[in-house]
Structures are given as structure tokens and as C-alpha cells.
Write a protein that binds this ligand. Structure first.
Ligand code: PHE
Length: 343
């Protein structure tokens, strides 16, 4: 048996030495060490041997296996190196110093980056993320939010209607009602998503944009809770403590309703072109949920109160990244998107 191994070794070494191309080396590897290779076949005889013989033969065979696979590897590398050297010396067009072919990796859209950031902040405060349909029923988009037919507030939210009476939602606020109906009180949710309005587009208006709705309902929720949560959001996003102010603002589904302004971060409040010299930037509409809206969501306004807010995600992304034209964000222009290469 040992003799057989020695023979195989001699023959194999000779052949490896003679091999002249990568494919020959590979053929040899299969022939010697492959599943049906010569060495493998030999090992099959092991089971017919006496214990002592089996031990010795097994060991020798294994050593040979290791030796051969190493030699094959070395030979293969040698041949490839020679191939490269040969083609270089022939002055062929193959240039070993050229960089490899790269492939493009995409990056997250700026609105997605901001959305993820806001989601992280709110889930950290115990809010859940919910979703709602972009093609919405009139009831959820308007009626349930205390905006009956013919209410003038509908004028500001003109949208695209489908023949079946549904519409493309004008805001993420319908998610408030859907969440209340589904989960009841107490409730802490955010709902990011795409919204639509029938607008003529310009640098600051688009027919398609992103908002993030938020809602908290519990016993004794007050405006103080609202302000605290809004301040936490803004200071986390802008990475410093921020000054805010509340102004009255009208939205039929909140009472009282506010516009929350951010002390201008460019000038620190003294007035500059960005804040139109007012020292404040209008950022977050919000308010205490109107009793009619709580009722539409199946929650008793005598027992529970809550606040709601709408973050303009598109706007936030524009501010955070200094994008002055909203249309860039929907353009799909890679030259613009590539600048925010967070993956
Ligand atoms: N949905 C309102 C809008 O799009 C914003 C808003 C949300 C206001 C929640 C108050 C509370 O204009």
C-alpha cells in the first residue's frame, strides 16, 4: 500500500512540474484530489485494512494530500504571475496598475435620512411608528378631522381625486384617526409618509412632499407635554438646546392650535435673510387634539386629552442640508442625491 502512495507521489510531482497552464493545474487537482480522484479512490481501501496498517496508510495519504494541494496552489500562482509578466513584456494593452472596475452603491435620500433620524428620536421617547394609505378616504382626510364639506380649510388643501371618490391624502393627519380607531387610548404614535397637494410648483412648493405626524393621548396630557416633546425633537435634530415660541395657528382638528417657531439658528435671533429678519423660523404646526377628532377616533374627550403635530419632513431636510429648491428632492437627479451619501 505504502508503495502505491509513493508511486502516486512520484507521478503527481512530475505532472505538476510539467503543467503549463492554469487549466492544466486545475485538471490535475481534480484528477488527484477531486471526489473521484486517485488519492480519494485509494483512501476507499482503508476500510479493508487491519488497524495498524490503516493508521499508517491514513497518515501517509493525508500528508500526501496536503503536500499535493500546496504544490498545486504554488504552481497555479506561478503560472498566473508568469502570464501577467509575459503579457506585460509583450507590451500588451493590459495595465496591471489600472484601478479595478468599480460599481455604484446608492445612498439614502435626504428625506429618508431625516425621517430615520426623527423616528429614532421618537421611538426613544416610547412612540410607535404607524402607517396609513396614500390613497385615502375623504372621511379620514377631512370629515374625521373636523373639516366638513364646504369648510374653507379645504381650499388650502386641494388635491387629486380618484373617480371612486378617494383622494391622494393632503397630509399625514388621517393617520391620527386610523391609529385612534385601531389602538385606542392611551396612545403615542408617529406616522411618516408621502402627501400630495394640487399646487403649482416653485422653489418652495411641490405637489408631492413628506410629513411626519405625531400624536400623544393620555389622561392629563397638556400643552406643557407638547412643548417638551417638540423641544426634545428639535434639540436632538440640531444637536443643541433650542429656543422655541408658540403662536396661535388655526387647524380645524386642534384646539387650541399653534405654529411652533424655531429661534433662527443662522443669526441667533437677531434677524437675517433666512428668517426674513424676524429672528424666527416657522417649523411645526401643532395643537391639542379637538374633542370632535377624539370622538371620531372612538376616544372619550371627557376622559382623555392629547396633542398632535405635523413635521414637514421635506422642509426639515431642506433646512438641515441647506437645499434651497424643493424640486431637487423629487428630481431623481443623482448628482444632487449623491452628496448625502449616508448608507
Ligand atoms: N396636517 C396639518 C397640515 O398639513 C399640520 C398639522 C398636524 C397641524 C397636526 C396640527 C396638528 O397643514
Amino acid at each position: 500500500m505504502i508503495e502505491k502512495i509513493c508511486n502516486l507521489r512520484d507521478i503527481a510531482l512530475g505532472k505538476i512540474k510539467e503543467a503549463a497552464s492554469g487549466s492544466e493545474v486545475e485538471e490535475l487537482r481534480v484528477k488527484l484530489l477531486g471526489k473521484k480522484g486517485e488519492l480519494t479512490e485509494m483512501l476507499k481501501d482503508l476500510k479493508n485494512m487491519a488497524l495498524e496498517e490503516r493508521k499508517q496508510f491514513g497518515q501517509e495519504a493525508n500528508e500526501l494530500k496536503n503536500e499535493l494541494s500546496e504544490l498545486l496552489e504554488v504552481k497555479f500562482r506561478e503560472i498566473s504571475n508568469n502570464d501577467v509578466k509575459k503579457s506585460l513584456s509583450k507590451g500588451s494593452s493590459f495595465d496591471i496598475s489600472l484601478p479595478g472596475t468599480s460599481f455604484q452603491v446608492g445612498s439614502l435620500h435626504p428625506v429618508t435620512i431625516v425621517q430615520k433620524e426623527v423616528e429614532r428620536i421618537f421611538t426613544g421617547m416610547g412612540f410607535n411608528i404607524v402607517d396609513g394609505p396614500e390613497v385615502e378616504e375623504e372621511f379620514f382626510n377631512f370629515e374625521a378631522l373636523n373639516i366638513p364639506k364646504n369648510h374653507p380649510a379645504r381650499d388650502m388643501q386641494d388635491t387629486y381625486w380618484l373617480e371612486n371618490g378617494s383622494l391622494l391624502r393632503t397630509h399625514t393627519s388621517p393617520c391620527q384617526v386610523r391609529a385612534m380607531q385601531k389602538y385606542g387610548a392611551p396612545l403615542k404614535v408617529i406616522a411618516p409618509g408621502r402627501c400630495f397637494r394640487n399646487e403649482s410648483t416653485d422653489a418652495s412648493h411641490e405637489n408631492t412632499f413628506f410629513q411626519l405626524e405625531g400624536m400623544m393621548i393620555d389622561k392629563n396630557v397638556s400643552i406643557a407635554n407638547l412643548i417638551y416633546v417638540m423641544k426634545t425633537l428639535l434639540s436632538e435634530i440640531f444637536k443643541r438646546d433650542v429656543k422655541v415660541r408658540l403662536r396661535p395657528g388655526f387647524f380645524p382638528f386642534v384646539e387650541p392650535g399653534f405654529e411652533l417657531d424655531l429661534n433662527c439658528m443662522i443669526c441667533g435671533g437677531s434677524g437675517c435673510p433666512t428668517c426674513k429678519h424676524s429672528g424666527w423660523i416657522e417649523l411645526l404646526p401643532c395643537g391639542m387634539v379637538h374633542p370632535n377628532v377624539l370622538r371620531a377616533g372612538g376616544i372619550d374627550p371627557e376622559e382623555y386629552t392629547g396633542f398632535a403635530f405635523g413635521v414637514g419632513l421635506t422642509r426639515l431636510a431642506m433646512m438641515k442640508y441647506g437645499i434651497s429648491d424643493i424640486r431637487v428632492l423629487n428630481s431623481g437627479d443623482l448628482r444632487a442625491m449623491e452628496q448625502f451619501s449616508v448608507r
